[in-house]
Design a protein around this ligand. Sequence first.
Ligand code: ADP
Ligand code: MG
Length: 434
Amino acid sequence: MSRANFYTWLKNSRLVDKKEGVLFVSLPNNFAKEWVEHKYQKTILGIVRNHDSSAKKIEFLVTSQTEELVSRRVSASDFSKFENRMDLEFKTDPETNLNPRYSAKSFIVGPSNELAYTAATSIIREVGTKYNPFFIYGGVGLGKTHLIQMIGNEISAVYGGKVRPRYVSSEKFTTDVVWAIRNRRMEDIKRKYRDVDVLIIDDIQFIGGKEKTEEEFFHTFNALYENNKQIIISSDRPPQSIPTLEERLSSRFQGGLIADIGYPEYETRVAILHHKLQESNRQLPPEIVDLVAKKVKKNIRELEGVLNKILFYQEVKRTEVSLRMAEEIIEKSVRNVAHRISDDQILKSVAEFFNIGLQELIDKGRRKEVVEPRQVAMYLLRDILDMSYPYIGEKLGRDHTTAIHAVEKINQEINKNSALNQKINLIKENLYKS
Ligand code: ADP
Ligand code: MG
């Protein structure tokens, strides 16, 4: 190879990994990658073999991909362990199905949620009689689940065992109804959901269009309502905007108090960050707190996620995070959101990449050729859009446990299987380009 060619194409190449005879070599961009693949692959492999007879194949990657590959390898599972640790140890109460981490103490009140919060405190004082039903709606990650569980937890604390709340996700409610129908055990449902004083049902939009579940919920609702039992409902949109929700249910919801939660203001975001730091006994320089609060505006879960990433970095590196480093971490985390990739785009890209029909992702088939794409699709919905498991399940016609399983499986595989890792990176690259 001529010196000029070497300088143009190979000077910036790097061996990043070797696995089962495959050497992974990084190149600075796609153009170089294509060129080297076509022109020099054989030559290079020949030379490498002279030094290392176990080499079977060379795979070229673009540097950005390899960075991701390397950083993922060290951090994906470590970070999730770290996040679990940050979440302190809270256990869901089996009786009420409430998680004590959703406390009133940890709920920061600001203009965006003040109305909903005030209504919540009235409900705690006058259970069942003040605002019934209480319907709360708002976008993803804005605190709906926290608020409605907080009401349940406070009621438990204030009234001891005298007023019994029960929390259920719509997903779980649906699964219970399906189970009861199949096993002819509708009585069980009635006992479980009508024999409570406060029924809290989360993400009601998921029952829209499921006739049997809607019907059972309608009867449950009426039975509770007539007995002055408190009903608390959350949704990602107002009742009249849930497209397939039966009119009679929608109008029941509108009979009580409807409140919304909006995007938190800057000051609220700062207060939430301070609270989280205090809770976990950690510190960050004020300019970094300020930076995070300025950059992450529309999702409190994401705000916490970015904070955790910075704290994680600080812990791993054992140094204070610089402003520039924080900027980079934020940039990486919010990039996805800024690009506004939709769930349908993700499914379409996955189907296209694996060369299968969109419908096959959703269908029940268990052929090997569709199982991996389906799992990858679920993983990407979680990874890129941070969607909830019930929603991911819903999107692919599966239940939430299948979604959890798929995401975890890919999460583990990705660390061991470079081919899979690369496929996923390529799909992502396509998504970000489009
Ligand atoms: P939603 O149900 O609306 O998608 P969540 O209630 O799950 O959102 O909230 C997402 C995360 O943000 C949770 O970890 C929650 O504790 C936190 N969070 C939301 N609102 C607040 C708030 N006002 N104060 C403190 N933490 C909050
Ligand atoms: Mg929620």
